[in-house]
Design a protein around this ligand. Structure first.
Ligand SMILES: Cc1cc2nc3c(=O)[nH]c(=O)nc-3n(C[C@H](O)[C@H](O)[C@H](O)COP(=O)(O)O)c2cc1C
Length: 370
């Protein structure tokens, strides 16, 4: 029976286990460039045994960053510093994936730990924000400018260029971020998209930008590499995006060559009431997986090894993404393997602390014994 430590093969890529680091902004970049923090942060979680490390939202244009400190991939100069991190992740036996993103009307805000709510003014390092329609996220946010057809075309092209650069950096999985109220989710939801052109109104029109981006990215993202899409399965609001529309969307994405739907929820409305609780989003992944036949990932308040293992064994998801629990404990996968009775490779440097018979990822270093 499939379990949390069974490998997962998607196209030509095999994840050594079903545990993924969920994308999490670190707000530690400079002009989109990674810093030492990112090498340590992602590196620690790869050494900790996660099968897949997905980067934080990595902006395809400077205006698409959530904050001035977000990572970006709009310039060829971003490639090599990202490649250094990818190489380290690969050396740990893990797989590196990148989340490609545009924040739309939720762009140009300060990092949460700076405690400065609302859109940043241009004198504070902010920039004008764009969206499907001129509807702000909430009262403290700037009125976005509705994108023109030319603006939409530029964003599609930016996703394609970003995917090309991600490939050069060595990433083996790309994830298009269409969740959490960022630009592509803004287009999906009738509550944030009130356009009257071919990108608004009907389901077909509201989903067009995401489908266009997925098709264009799939053309440059090689056949043997998997493509993920993260969606918010529901807005948790009347008249908004919901599970029925998500199911219809996923059927379409499957035929465009998407390999896994990363199922999250919410984020498009500041006023939404979300019933938070242990594994509160897993039912979305379960339903999408069963009804569309596409592989899914689940995320959201999953903290215990037994819970994560049960999700995979019971067929509710193919992949379990952990966010905050992996911030609390980068070695969660190694601990989970021990608790669940699996022998999973440890970094060679740590083998003297590992359970008996544990295989090592790297050849033993020539430091001798001491
Ligand atoms: C610090 C932080 C940063 C996040 N940044 C992103 C992001 O860049 N992209 C994204 O899709 N989700 C982001 N999220 C959401 C997480 O990926 C995840 O979906 C959420 O935290 C729920 O999972 P958890 O309960 O395991 O933390 C972030 C969450 C946290 C805590």
């Amino acid at each position: 029976m499939t379990h949390l430590f069974a490998p997962l093969t998607l196209r030509g890529v095999t994840l050594p286990n079903r545990i993924a680091v969920s994308p999490m902004c670190q707000y530690s970049g400079e002009n989109g460039h990674v810093s030492d923090w990112h090498l340590i942060h992602y590196g620690a979680r790869a050494a900790g045994g996660a099968g897949l490390i997905l980067t934080e939202a990595t902006a395809v244009t400077p205006q698409g960053r959530i904050s001035p400190k977000d990572l970006g991939i709009w310039d060829d100069a971003h490639i090599e510093p990202l490649a250094r991190i990818v190489r380290f992740i690969d050396q740990q036996g893990s797989v590196a994936g990148i989340q490609l993103a545009h924040a739309g009307r939720k762009a140009s805000v300060a990092a949460p730990h700076e405690n400065r709510p609302g859109t940043l003014g241009e004198t504070e390092g902010g920039w004008p924000v764009v969206a499907p329609s001129a509807i702000p996220f909430d009262g403290g946010c700037a009125l976005p400018c509705a994108l023109s057809q030319e603006g939409i075309d530029d964003i599609i092209a930016a996703f394609v260029q970003a995917a090309r650069r991600a490939l050069l950096a060595g990433f083996r999985i790309a994830e298009v971020h269409a969740a959490h109220g960022y630009l592509l989710h803004q287009f999906l939801s009738p509550l944030s998209n009130q356009r009257t052109d071919r990108y608004g109104g009907s389901f077909e029109n509201r989903t067009r930008l995401l489908r266009d981006i997925v098709s264009a990215v799939r053309e440059v993202w090689p056949e043997h590499l998997p493509l993920f899409v993260r969606i918010s399965a529901t807005d948790w609001a009347d008249g908004g995006w919901d599970l029925a529309q998500s199911l219809e969307l996923v059927h379409g994405l499957k035929s465009l060559g998407v390999d896994l739907i990363d199922c999250s929820s919410g984020g498009n409305l500041a006023s939404a009431k979300i019933p938070l609780g242990s594994g509160y989003q897993t039912a979305f992944s379960d339903k999408i997986r069963r009804e569309t036949g596409l592989a899914t990932g689940t995320v959201g308040m999953i903290t215990s090894p037994a819970q994560a293992d049960h999700i995979v064994r019971s067929g509710q998801a193919d992949l379990v993404l952990l966010g905050r629990e992996l911030l609390r404990d980068p070695h969660w996968p190694l601990r989970a393997a021990r608790e669940l009775g699996h022998l999973t490779p440890w970094p060679a440097q740590y083998t003297r602390a590992a359970p008996a018979n544990t295989p090592a990822h790297l050849p033993a270093t020539p430091y001798g014994t001491f």
